[in-house]
Design a protein around this ligand. Sequence first.
Ligand SMILES: [Zn+2]
Length: 76
Amino acid sequence: MRKYKFEKTTCSQCGKSFGPGDSGYSHCEDHAQVKKETRGIRLPLWMWDWLDGQDDARGVIVEDAIKKVHKPEQSK
Ligand SMILES: [Zn+2]
């Protein structure tokens, strides 16, 4: 697991905060890259809206959610 310098990064242009990272963003076009990383995932529109309202980056939330659901050792 990677260790990041900051627990939370922010964009100085729009003030939005993002997930862990080594540096924040100076311009919105910089964190536009973050969104592109998760573009391959198909999610319901309501979920995208919900993700937009969260503090953490979409990728971080989605990854966390998948980990919670797919617990290898969990059995019924
Ligand atoms: Zn921004």
